[in-house]
Design a protein around this ligand. Sequence first.
Ligand code: ZN
Length: 478
Amino acid sequence: MIRKLMVAGAIAAPTLMLTGCGGYAATTSTTPVVSPNSAQMSDHFAENGLGNAVAVIQHPAGEHHDGITYVSYQGPKEDPYVASYNHETGEWFGPFKAGISIMGKDPSRKIDNHGKPTMIIDNAGYIHIFFGGHGGVLDLHGENPLGNHHYGENKHVVSKRPLDITEWEELDTIPPFGTYNQVVKMDNGDIYLFYRHGAHRSDWVYHKSTDNGRSFGEPVSFLKHKRRDDLAAVDSWYPYVTKGVGDEIVVNFDYHLCWDGAGAPDARGHTANRQDMFYMVFDTGDGSWSNIEGEQLPIPLTREVAEEKTLVARSGDLWSFNGPVTLDNKGYPHIGITMGEDLGVSKTGGPKEMRHYRWTGTEWVGGKAGVLPIANGAIVANDPEDVSFLLASRSDDGDGIVSWWRSADGGMSFKQTREMLRRPNVSFAISTFIRNAHPDAQIMVAERLAGTDRRNMYLLGESGLVQRPKSETGITRP
Ligand code: ZN
């Protein structure tokens, strides 16, 4: 009883402090909300995140449904963990282990991080988690018909009862080869699962389910991996997929020139280079794909057709790392993508700053350098000129920061409008927005502490961090 009162106080106080700042972003406060009960309350809700426990691309990682926010993340031994937060009572529940990955069990291997969970709640209230894949293993899974192998096994689990995170069962619905799961539920309840059908030399595919995720159709390739005949390399892709207007699903993507090690242009061999950006639209009503101007596209899309029909912008000498896309109130896409110079020092090239691109109705504009930090995160647009990012970045002296950045001029300039979280000497991994997010629980963050792979997990929204009694944050249920 006492604990409940404390929690209620912690929730109420920041709400009062922030009266008048409705909606996403757009306030000017620079200090995080501090609870009056901070002696008993923790800012994080769990302490068992692992490695890159959340990311933008594997999404959504959480969903709000009827006053409860459900979240998933990569926990011990790379297994998926699920917790929930009741916005009415202020109570947390979990985390519970939702499944078992075949990755993360061999202590001689580094953390793989590709199999972190993706979540969707179907129209009957069952919670689905997709996780654990990074291309599959030839000896275990046989030939991959749409790409190559690496590790892991893509899996699908579902809650045994609607909206109950305590028990889960594995369903045999999808091939083992997938990775980077992304899932979209349409207004009619159909569920589309997107992923790369293998390691980095594989097609991107989707499966459709019309029975609340109890079965999925055959994989359909929409981005084609293909050996180049002019270079010792293979075409590869990194899309971000999300719901558009009506029956549409929108996709932004960048290109990975997947070098054969020996044929690469420098001593690094194969690198994580990515470049250029592209955009297309999937009409789930008739199964057709088109570019921004409505011209039909043949799928799986090849590099040649992508460059001719779907190009948003070239990245020139810069390397990119694809981020999220969203639509403004006119239905025009806004894209966040990080870009930076290849400094040549590592296979990832170097740090990358967030950049913003948008469609004006007649052309793509944006990409301005120096207006957003080196960061990852989520994007939301209102009017075409009014666009905001919620970004995880670092200060010059090493503080990890999560803050809102808002533009009122269509991305020509951005202002840091509100800092949500700051911690010294850490960096943050950030998810994209929680599906159907409650204003108080918009996004998840994992705190990378120095010297350990363990992560404190945060949930934050308009009222600041969603706190939890300290006595509960270390509890993990099998
Ligand atoms: Zn590659």
